[in-house]
Ligand binder design. Structure first.
Ligand SMILES: *Cc1c(COP(=O)(O)O)cnc(C)c1O
Length: 372
């Protein structure tokens, strides 16, 4: 039996990568916004339907730059049901994350809880489009405008997601994508900030290049967030395959949804209201009427060489650096605490075969049959 993993990176045929590498060898330009970097920014803008995008080495660096560009300080309202990178980006800038609970349906920030967490020190809302399901962006925007707050979206899961034909990446003041190996679209490591206008993109581009305006002028405390030409080249190649990969994910998601609807105690998270989903994850909730707990199911699958992922688990508020913050406790975050205990992300990726899928569904449907 082969191992089934929760995800597998999309890797186009190696020989198709060689011509891109040849271009790098020919020009001897390896980084610093070379030709391939420029081409990938343009190609991604066209693919995603946005106008201003800055590539980064990874989403974490991009989030750090976004926090700086927006000038965030004091407190920022966010959720604990996310990957820790966003909270780290705030803390590294001396900003205090204030955690509010998520909605039970989408596991995105619950807009009805935001106002109660606003203080005179609040400068922004940082929300995550969890599993690529869009946040309640209109409700969040209305609150932000009422209180003069900025909105930063961690859109690491939201590659290509649209609502009413329009990219979700237009929501808020800035959005950050991740192109990490585990994501729907990857450049090995990589990320991007989507900016609303050319001036903001120029500022971001300067910041990611040490804050250098020109050879002899450093305007601010920047960082090195530049994506290399090799990574950009891989992105250009990958972009030719990503739609097909998302199609395959959609087929897998349909199969799961249909087969698991018959399994008592397993509840698929609802599809979001997006008209272009990316099926980046396939989360299910393991309810009390399933014969095993979530961790029991996770372990049983591992025993059958099927690697699902408890994601997100633990909550950010369970990590020592975040435990002691105000509101960072279980009593104020019941929905997130419950989700972190119940949610399991099932294997979904374009290389998952029909036999693999049958094996996963069979194991979940007959959890007590033993592995062989
Ligand atoms: C993957 C991920 C990140 C971090 O992305 P990197 O590119 O690995 O730095 C941040 N936030 C969320 C929600 C993620 O899933």
């Amino acid at each position: 039996m082969t191992r089934i993993t929760v995800t597998q990176p999309l890797l186009p045929p190696l020989e198709e990568f060689i011509p891109y590498l040849q271009r790098i060898w020919d020009t001897r330009i390896l980084t610093n916004g070379g030709q391939l970097h420029q081409e990938l920014e343009a190609a991604l803008c066209a693919h995603l339907g946005v106008s201003h995008l800055s590539l980064f080495t990874n989403a974490t660096t991009a989030l750090m730059a976004a926090v700086q560009v927006l000038g965030l300080k004091g407190e920022v309202i966010t959720t604990p049901f996310s990957f820790v990178a966003g909270a780290h980006a705030l803390r590294r800038a001396n900003v205090q994350p204030v955690f509010v609970d998520v909605e039970p349906r989408t596991l995105n920030i619950d807009p009805s809880l935001i106002e109660g967490a606003i203080t005179p020190r609040t400068t922004a809302i940082m929300a995550v489009h969890c599993y690529g399901n869009p946040c309640a962006v209109d409700a969040i925007q209305a609150i932000a405008e009422r209180y003069g707050l900025q909105v930063l979206y961690d859109a690491a899961h939201a590659f290509g997601v649209c609502i009413d034909g329009r990219s979700i990446l237009h929501a808020g003041d800035l959005s950050v994508l991740s192109f990490h190996a585990t994501k729907v679209f990857n450049t090995f490591e990589g990320g991007a900030i989507i900016a609303p206008d050319a001036a903001t993109k120029a500022r971001i581009d300067q910041l990611k290049n040490f804050g250098m305006k020109d050879e002899v002028t450093v305007d601010e405390v920047g960082l090195n967030g530049k994506m290399s030409e090799v990574h950009a080249a891989f992105g250009l190649l990958q972009l030719r395959y990503v739609d097909e990969a998302i199609e395959k994910r959609a087929t897998i998601a349909r199969h799961y949804r249909q087969a698991l609807s018959r399994v008592r105690g397993i509840e698929c998270l609802p599809d979001g209201h997006q008209d272009i989903p990316n099926h980046s994850y396939f989360p299910v909730r393991v309810r009390p009427d399933y014969p095993l707990s979530r961790d029991g199911l996770y372990e049983m699958l591992r025993a059958r060489d099927i690697y699902a992922r408890r994601y997100f688990y633990p909550l950010i508020t369970d990590f020592p650096a975040y435990q002691t913050l105000p509101r960072g406790n279980a009593a104020t975050l019941p929905v997130a605490v419950h989700a972190a205990r119940e949610v399991l992300c099932l294997p979904i990726h374009p290389a998952l075969t029909h036999d693999d899928l049958v094996r996963v569904i069979d194991a979940i449907t007959h959890p007590l049959h033993g592995s062989q």
